[in-house]
Design a binder for this molecule. Structure first.
Ligand code: FMN
Length: 199
């Protein structure tokens, strides 16, 4: 199976080094209930501002074909081409208010952190995640009756990586694209914003 380990200046944990976002997923290999619960637990135990825990997840598994098809409809057409093979589809939402009804500014930040934890746990279990910002939020809001105090952020496919040949040709080609990142000097500053820290 295609691997794309991160090239780093110093060692990082193998789960971080080896995680990447394949679009090719094995539609014939379900994710066990235990593993699904594990990844959701990893998200649940994320730190959040005032422990508000704003993250919400809508989970659809391929063993419930109608539910899976409904979640797939939430992806835009481009993303549906790969997401259909993912045995688990998850829509990520962030509740913008606390249980007391006060505005919760860090809701998006905390929810992103929860997804990051989920992704690392998935990697530890040999699973892959591919996230998609390309979703139809209006459709999701209507079809799942999402309340106004909750933002729809992203959706993702969870499953076992498959050979790129399961993808349409253009996506199979993109699967081979090297992973790239800005350098640390571009994103880490010293005394003033923009003053690059040199490594
Ligand atoms: C919030 C978010 C939105 C994304 N949206 C899409 C998307 O709509 N379609 C897609 O094919 N990939 C999408 N991706 C995948 C990114 O393109 C991918 O994570 C990025 O290129 C880095 O690659 P890596 O995850 O393999 O390191 C998204 C990733 C994130 C985190």
């Amino acid at each position: 199976m295609l691997k794309k380990p991160a090239e780093t200046m110093r060692d990082v944990h193998p789960l971080i080094r080896d995680r990447w976002s394949p679009r090719a997923m094995d539609a014939s290999k379900p994710v066990s209930k235990d593993d699904l619960i594990s990844v959701l637990e990893a998200a649940r135990w994320t730190a959040s501002s005032n422990n508000v825990q704003p993250w919400r997840f809508i989970v659809a598994t391929a063993d419930r074909p109608e539910a899976h098809a409904k979640a797939l409809e939430g992806f835009n057409v481009r993303n549906q081409r790969w997401a259909k093979n993912a045995p688990v589809l998850i829509i990520v939402l962030a509740r913008k208010v606390t249980d007391d009804g006060a505005a919760n500014g860090p809701a998006h930040y905390d929810t992103g952190a929860a997804v990051a934890q989920l992704v690392i746990q998935a990697t530890a279990l040999g699973l892959s995640v591919h996230q998609a910002g390309g979703i139809d939020k209006d459709k999701i809001r209507t079809s799942y009756n999402v309340p106004d105090d909750t933002d729809i952020l992203v959706a993702f496919g969870l499953g076992y990586q498959a050979d790129a040949s399961v993808l349409p040709d253009d996506l199979a080609e993109r699967e081979k694209t090297p992973r790239a990142r800005k350098s640390l000097s571009d994103i880490v500053f010293n005394d003033t914003y923009g003053e690059k820290m040199m490594f």
